[in-house]
Design a protein around this ligand. Structure first.
Ligand SMILES: [Zn+2]
Length: 355
């Protein structure tokens, strides 16, 4: 079968390769890919920043946001059959306390693997085989939308954890700021609107297309080239109860900690792989966090329950804003055009590959 693979750590090495057909064990199903979404992780792996081939191999098939259809189920598979649509989760457990409890996203020892990223092939291929327990069945009525389920699950986890953390106090949040307006930022804004919050999305652009999406969601937009993050609470006329930092910038993350309101929570989601240094008033930042009872929490990957909640919210979003989520998918390429697809990400929201 055809697949798109990189030689890890070799910049721009991504190319189509031919792999043997996937073998299917009794507890596995064989899935034919329909769509694979690309994100910054795929770009960074193709640029040679990180990525790890499966043991004993020298190439890594990339792609971790998938939507596929079951072709064949192994003899021991109970809940899936031919024709079912599925989205696969990404992380696979090691033997640590949390992984044993099914919380792979909270892995303690870091020896987990991730499909398309770390030690396991991803989904940019014609087929893959996977165990039933790592697959989430998705309703056919949602069409292509579940290709957004993996990033939606990452947003769901962050929202879930924010509310869990705030179980520490009597809390009636009214406002949320989302920094960054990529797929993750827009999905987070949608989830927060579904939960009834007043939402501001801050980015560094005036993109009419995104503005149209935010207008339908009923979320406000702030261009941080013109408005400082610190001025947002004053403009809103109320404090920010939650901030979700999704820009990819560590300096924005530090700003968020000083902008969030009393008793507020900041969720940090940007994986910043560089070594950027900035000068800050450490005393001011620390004092603000302490005197404001503020919580700052990092969040990565997602739990299976976040995929399941993501599906519910996707269906709810379709009822409330019909056709809106489909507008996040702005470009489609074939499996033979992945380099072009990766290059097109800058001027798109979500680029998908049709397998
Ligand atoms: Zn673990």
């Amino acid at each position: 079968m055809r697949a798109f693979a990189v030689t890890p750590r070799e910049p721009g090495s991504g190319r189509l390769i031919s792999l043997p057909a996937a073998e299917v064990r009794p507890e596995e199903v064989l899935v034919r890919l329909r769509l694979v979404g690309l994100d910054a992780t795929d770009q960074e792996i193709n640029a040679g920043a990180y990525g790890q081939a499966p043991p004993g191999e020298d190439v890594l098939v990339i792609g971790h946001e998938s939507l596929g259809e079951v072709v064949r189920a192994g003899a021991d598979v109970a809940s899936l059959g031919e024709g079912d649509r599925v989205v696969a989760t990404v992380r696979r457990p090691d033997g640590c306390l949390n992984c044993r409890a099914g919380e792979y996203d909270m892995c303690l020892e870091g020896n987990y693997t991730e499909r398309g990223i770390k030690g396991r092939h991803g989904y940019l291929a014609e087929h893959y085989a996977e165990e039933e327990r790592f697959l989430v069945k998705v309703p056919r009525e949602l069409g292509d939308l579940p290709v957004l389920l993996e990033p939606a699950s990452v947003a769901e986890k962050a929202v879930r954890i924010a509310y869990d953390v705030q179980g520490r106090l009597a809390w009636e949040p009214r406002t949320a700021l989302v920094t960054g307006s990529g797929t993750l930022g827009l999905l987070t804004a949608a989830l927060l609107r579904l939960r009834g919050l007043e939402v501001v999305v801050a980015d560094r652009s005036d993109n009419d297309y995104k503005a149209g999406i935010l207008a339908v969601l009923g979320a406000a937009h702030v261009n941080t080239r013109q408005v400082n993050l610190h001025d947002i609470p004053r403009r809103l006329g109320q404090q920010l109860d939650m901030i979700f930092e999704e820009t990819g910038s560590s300096s924005v993350a530090l700003h968020a900690m000083s902008v969030v309101g009393t008793n507020g929570v900041v969720m940090l989601l940007s994986v910043t792989g560089g070594d950027k240094r900035i000068e800050i008033c450490a005393d001011c930042l620390n004092q603000g966090l302490v005197l404001g009872n503020k919580a700052v929490v990092g969040s990565v990957s997602s739990h299976r329950r976040d995929f399941e909640r993501g599906l519910q919210d996707m269906a709810e979003a379709e009822r409330r804003w019909p056709g809106l989520l489909a507008r996040l998918i702005t470009a489609r390429y074939g499996l033979g055009e992945v380099p072009q697809a990766l290059a097109a990400m800058r001027e798109n929201i979500k680029v998908v590959v049709q397998v």
